[in-house]
Design a protein around this ligand. Structure first.
Ligand code: UFG
Length: 340
């Protein structure tokens, strides 16, 4: 059995990745310091999958600890999901963002070199593309024109990992450029659980649907889009998680580095997303039109042909399933993992 290190394994993406890994016969070792997650997710993962895995509370920036973990658990690959991810916060705390989001990668790469681990899957983001020069974004679209430190930390990580793969011919690196993951595991037991006022649209919609926030701010209705609201390529978190396992399979006999988009190839407006949750929840959500957020673009949409060609991966779940699964999770766990 191949053992995979999942950094940020208690987080929204990492926890769903662990489900996919365990279901497909991999062993998982999660490292998380619970900076933005709860240890309660682990018990639910064990119940959901009927399988066990190793969980370690540690900071991924702790290089000695990462080396110890890699040596002890006979790891084959690293899936690096841990990171700070709030765009507005990154503008006010650039040093913290660069230090953490780059420091984790330095620590992991050094530990890999010392222990002979040669496979790396990185949680990157469509944000690396910046203002679209053309749509859908192909992986050849220029990157680096980001308006915030969070986005720049993804660009810099991509560059570091690409350079590492070039310098180490036995390394295989996949940079997964996520579009907008939403939804939750269909069991309703694990999902996205941001505290406070969410930055992202889906958790915000769900908090309004649960009555935890009074009104949903629509960040601009004057975009050059069919209904004036922003268009994004939303994909189900379980499809995204499967994309990581597909990347691992690709890495079995691949060395070098590849950037690969994970999206559906379709874009959906803010209003369509709201309607999706209204339909599945039976509630009418109060909204108010606000001004555009700085740095936001009218549309983001992935060219998904490379993921299909390289990995044989494509999304399977519809917008209705994304909304139904998101609402199941949110309605059953209005306080996230803290409601127990
Ligand atoms: N939006 C609102 N109201 C809100 C929040 C968002 O109307 O309260 C709108 C935005 O204007 C946008 C859409 O909802 O049109 C999606 O916004 P999100 O913040 O959910 O997602 P973004 O596409 O802005 O950003 C996300 C991640 C980033 C990542 C990026 C990649 O948050 O980490 O996708 O494209 F980099």
């Amino acid at each position: 059995m191949k053992n995979i290190l999942v950094t940020g394994g208690a987080g929204y993406v990492g926890s769903h990745v662990i489900v996919s890994l365990l279901e497909q016969g991999y062993g998982a070792v999660s490292v998380d310091n619970f900076y933005n997650s709860s240890p309660k997710v682990y018990q639910r993962l064990r119940e959901l999958t009927g399988k066990d895995f190793i969980d370690i509370e540690a900071d991924v920036c702790d290089e000695a600890k990462m080396k110890e973990v890699m040596a002890k658990h006979d790891l084959w690959a690293v899936i690096h999901c841990a990171g700070y991810k709030a765009v507005p916060e990154s503008v006010s705390k650039p040093l913290e963002y660069y230090q953490n989001n780059l420091g984790t990668t330095f620590s992991l790469c050094n530990a890999m070199r010392q222990t002979g681990v040669t496979r790396f899957v990185f949680s990157s983001s469509a944000t690396v593309y910046g203002e679209p020069q053309f749509l859908p974004y192909t992986e050849e679209h220029p990157t680096g024109n980001c308006t915030n430190p969070y986005g720049m930390s993804k660009v810099m990580n991509e560059r570091i990992l690409t350079d590492m793969a070039a310098a180490n011919p036995d390394w295989g690196v996949v940079l997964l450029r996520y579009f907008n993951p939403i939804g939750a595991h269909p069991s309703g037991r694990i999902g996205d659980a941001p505290g406070g006022i969410p930055n992202n649209i889906m958790p915000y919609i769900l908090k309004v649907a649960n009555g935890l926030l009074p009104v949903l701010p629509i960040a601009g209705d004057d975009y050059d889009t069919p209904d004036g609201t922003g268009l994004r390529d939303y994909l189900h978190i379980s499809d995204l998680a499967e994309g990581h396992v597909a990347a691992l399979r690709y890495l079995e006999d691949f060395t070098g580095s590849e950037a690969v988009n994970l999206g559906t190839g379709q874009s959906v407006s803010v209003r369509e997303l709201i309607r999706g949750i209204e339909k599945t929840s039976g509630k009418t959500l109060p909204t108010e039109i606000k001004s555009r957020r700085p740095g936001d673009i009218a549309e983001a949409r992935a060219d998904v042909s490379k993921a299909k060609r390289l990995f044989g991966w494509e999304t399977k779940k519809t917008l209705e399933e994304m909304c139904a699964d998101a609402w199941r999770w949110a309605s059953q766990n209005p306080q996230g993992y803290e409601g127990e």
